[in-house]
Design a binder for this molecule. Structure first.
Ligand SMILES: Nc1ncnc2c1ncn2[C@@H]1O[C@H](COP(=O)(O)OP(=O)(O)OP(=O)(O)O)[C@@H](O)[C@H]1O
Ligand SMILES: [Mg+2]
Length: 508
């Protein structure tokens, strides 16, 4: 790693920032600065104000009080374009990509190469290629591909490429690694190291403490909208960061509650010969009562696709899917939900969350779709909603808050909470802890464990293999649509899983 080369005046400086939304103060007296040639990490629990603070720097919000200075000049940005003109580009937490446009068009969005009013498509592809090659390790993304056809991890890479293509001196990365697998994360670390050594300034938000430890020259920790502490590179350890975030020692792991012995032989789900793109013989697997089955794989391995096929969003014409002995292969989604299946999409905004509706509406969406003859009495529903909000520590605690006003991690907790409330028996969870802070992460795994102990089952993917090894009973490893191995998390290391997923160890 190259060391920081920063010197002199900060390029970005925030002084005494307060921010209120409809009278609610979410930032209070925050000072933050960013120098050329450094990576300044901003960390904090979900809802602590990280994204809001950075949105002030890249022109989405104006502060209620306090000042923003860029290169020593105090100013007010009215739009992200104002920020870009001053050399500040961002990768926002919720990706602002246009699904119906190509990768190249998204990367050069707002700045298409034209001559005499005509778009130069070749130049467009070339520019997109150059930006993509910096982040796309496997060369899996093509500039002409539609963004809507890409998985979330690839979309995240496209967003990063777009920020790089904008050639800014200041880059703000809001959880750029939240859905990336280990190889893409390592590549991004290299890119950020290079940006730093070129003298650019990088502000970096992440819930992954390993990102922070690997990259940060300085760390600012936010708690409830105020600065809780600052660390310099030599003091940055996972423990120190976790302590400052919560004001307590790090999270405890999920509590182990095991299902009753007689239930464990019962199959919740059994799948035979299910075709996935790239697979030759189809996928065969089963999930038992009380079991959390992990699905590991690199980007494009087919694990997310498998969950979508099981839920019914992607149709299949071959293979058998049995849910509690019922053949559900031809059932529509609604019927599968009725029979006890719940699916959490990796892309909460695109598929999971109704942004213009309240927390309560979003939490009870599946509950009220489960083919009940009568809806749950209002009071009981309100009580259950309050319980789930408490369990997952969803903030703000008012169930009437609109989903759009929630921080990213809290939005994630709402989509997880939905299936908790619905009493679903088989959970299909695509990266359930994406962007969730360490404490809530342990909480979510604890809840998955509790859920399966009551006679359910769960299939879980994650870009974080370490997390899968810690939380699953069995782990299936996928590589390019093929199920290549089944491993026991108790005796298997992360490196071995990675090697299997990367095809470095031939499948047994
Ligand atoms: N547009 C908005 N209207 C009202 N409240 C908002 C709005 N945007 C954010 N908030 C509130 O501001 C607080 C801080 O949110 P922010 O998104 O900055 O948190 P964060 O630290 O980025 O969290 P996460 O780790 O979950 O992304 C939250 O309580 C959130 O509900
Ligand atoms: Mg955020």
């Amino acid at each position: 790693m190259t060391g920081p080369v920063h010197s002199g005046e900060p390029v970005v400086q925030l002084d005494g920032i307060d921010k209120e939304f409809a009278g609610v103060r979410v930032l209070q007296g925050v000072d933050f600065d960013l120098c050329a040639g450094e990576v300044h990490a901003l960390v904090g629990a979900n809802g602590s104000g990280k994204s809001t603070l950075m949105q002030i720097v890249y022109g989405v919000h104006s502060p209620t009080r306090g000042t923003l200075s860029i290169n020593g000049e105090q100013l007010r940005l009215r739009h992200p374009k104002d920020a870009l003109r001053r050399g500040i580009a961002a990768v926002p937490q919720e990706l602002p990509l246009v699904a119906s446009l190509s990768v190249a068009e998204n990367i050069c969005f707002g700045d298409l190469p034209c001559r005499a009013g005509i778009v130069r498509w070749r130049d467009l592809d070339r520019r997109a290629d150059a930006a993509l090659s910096q982040v796309d390790v496997e060369g899996a993304i093509h500039p002409r591909q539609l963004v809507g056809s890409l998985g979330l991890a690839s979309q995240q890479l496209v967003s990063i490429a777009r920020a790089l293509a904008q050639g800014a001196r200041v880059l703000i990365l809001d959880e750029p690694t939240s859905s990336l697998g280990p190889e893409a994360v390592a590549r991004l670390h290299e890119v950020i190291d290079r940006l730093r050594s070129e003298g650019r300034a990088v502000a970096f938000i992440s819930q992954r403490l390993d990102d922070i430890v690997a990259l940060a020259d300085r760390v600012t920790v936010l708690r409830d909208g105020r600065v809780a502490g600052r660390l310099l590179r030599e003091d940055v350890t996972p423990e120190a960061v976790a302590y400052l975030m919560a004001g307590a020692v790090g999270a405890t792991g999920p509590e182990r509650v095991d299902a009753k012995a007689d239930d464990r032989n019962m199959e919740v789900l059994s799948v035979e010969g299910l075709p996935l793109p790239g697979s030759v013989s189809g996928v065969t697997l089963s999930v038992h009562c009380g079991e959390v089955l992990g699905l590991a794989g690199l980007a494009g391995s087919g694990t997310s696709e498998l969950l979508r096929v099981l839920y019914g969003t992607v149709r299949h014409h071959k293979g058998a899917v049995r849910l509690f002995q019922h053949d559900v292969a031809k059932w529509p989604i609604r019927r599968r939900i009725g029979a006890g299946m719940g699916y959490l999409s990796g892309n909460r905004q695109a598929e999971g969350l109704v942004l213009g509706q309240t927390i309560e509406f979003n939490l009870t969406l599946a509950l009220n779709r489960r083919g009940r003859l009568w809806p749950l009495p209002r009071r009981r529903q309100a009580r259950r909603v309050a319980e789930v909000m408490e369990q997952l520590n969803i903030r703000p605690r008012d169930p009437k808050t609109l989903a759009v006003a929630l921080s990213g991690g809290n939005q994630q907790k709402v989509v997880v909470g939905r299936w908790l409330l619905a009493g679903t028996r088989l959970w299909l969870l695509d990266d359930p802890t994406r962007g969730v802070d360490v404490h809530a992460r342990a909480e979510i795994h604890g809840l998955i464990r509790q859920h399966v102990a009551q006679g359910g089952g769960a299939l879980v993917t994650s870009s974080d293999i370490h997390e899968l090894l810690e939380s699953c009973d069995r782990l299936l490893v996928f590589s390019r649509g093929q199920l290549v191995a089944q491993v026991d998390p108790a005796v298997t290391g992360e490196d071995e899983v990675l090697a299997l997923a990367g095809g470095l160890i031939p499948a047994a």
